[in-house]
Ligand binder design. Structure first.
Ligand SMILES: C[S@@+](CC[C@H](N)C(=O)[O-])C[C@H]1O[C@@H](n2cnc3c(N)ncnc32)[C@H](O)[C@@H]1O
Length: 263
């Protein structure tokens, strides 16, 4: 029997996969911290997960206030523990909400959607709804910052996930006292602009039978022009961009004055 609740286990597996399989630690935090350098900056991180980005952001930007928003209470519980153990504790607040529909009474200087989180919004109109809500809570001059990754195979075409899922493990380790082996693979549909990441986790507690969890994460592809269109639709202007490997670090800014007032 597995005494770790399934949701808590999935959140722990997320952190393990991030660190040991994807190699995501804090290398993207500097990008968001660079946009939020003034003391007292108010930062909202959408889809904050376990606080991998939001908690160190609060540490790196003196006097900042960070609000992390996520719809998953198990991810938020890990974020709360990470925040409590950090020097930024007391300046991080966590909110359970849907990133496609939220509002705050006070505006933010930076709204961040780190890693590939925007790409998890695969439904029609989901990303536009998210950016509309994000844009509405940006202060004049405030910045929307996000990262998207291309998962299309370098050679083009469609990868065969079945052979990949049956192939060499992506990683092995220990999570919540369970030995873990992860096998996974991607398939990409350029027509739909969707990538599916198929995972099979084999988990085992010492002297107990192994059990398997399988899931598929759908990720929508976004190119820069599409993001520009979505941002312009909510009144944001193009900002700085950086390319890092297959990832685009993207920003758009709320004008200091509304377009009509600048004529
Ligand atoms: C890939 S994780 C990223 C977590 C964190 N930003 C990071 O970079 O480590 C994606 C997160 O998005 C959250 N998420 C997905 N859809 C969401 C939605 N509609 N509203 C709020 N959070 C959502 C998930 O619960 C998960 O914590």
């Amino acid at each position: 029997m597995n005494p770790v609740p399934a949701g808590a286990l999935r959140a722990a597996l997320y952190d393990w996969e991030c660190e040991h399989v994807a190699g995501r630690r804090d290398q993207d935090v500097g990008f968001y911290a660079g946009l939020a350098s003034s003391p007292g900056t108010r930062i909202l991180e959408l889809a904050c997960g376990t606080g991998r980005v939001g908690v160190p952001l609060a540490e790196r930007v003196p006097g900042s206030r960070v609000v992390g928003l996520d719809h998953d209470r198990h991810m938020l519980a890990r974020a709360a523990r990470r925040a409590a153990a950090s020097p930024g504790a007391g300046r991080v607040a966590l909110v359970q909400a849907d990133m496609r529909a939220f509002a705050f009474a006070r505006p933010f200087d930076v709204v961040a959607v780190a890693y590939n989180s925007l790409q998890l919004l695969t439904g029609a109109g989901d990303a536009a709804a998210c950016l509309a809500a994000a844009g509405a809570c940006l202060s004049p001059g405030g910045v929307l910052a996000l990262e998207v990754t291309s998962y299309a195979p370098a050679t083009g075409g469609t990868a065969d996930h079945r052979s990949a899922v049956a192939g060499e493990p992506l990683g092995r380790g220990t999570v919540c006292g369970l030995s873990v082996e992860l096998v996974g693979g991607f398939d990409h549909d350029p027509g739909l602009g969707l990538t599916h990441y198929h995972r099979r986790w084999t988990l085992q507690r010492p002297r107990e039978p192994a059990f398997v969890l399988g899931d598929t994460v759908a990720l929508r592809s976004f190119d820069e022009a599409t993001l520009d269109g979505l941002a312009a639709g909510v009144g944001l202007e193009p900002g700085e961009r950086q390319t890092r490997g297959r990832s685009l670090l993207y920003t758009a800014r709320r004008p200091r004055r509304p377009a009509t007032a600048r004529r």
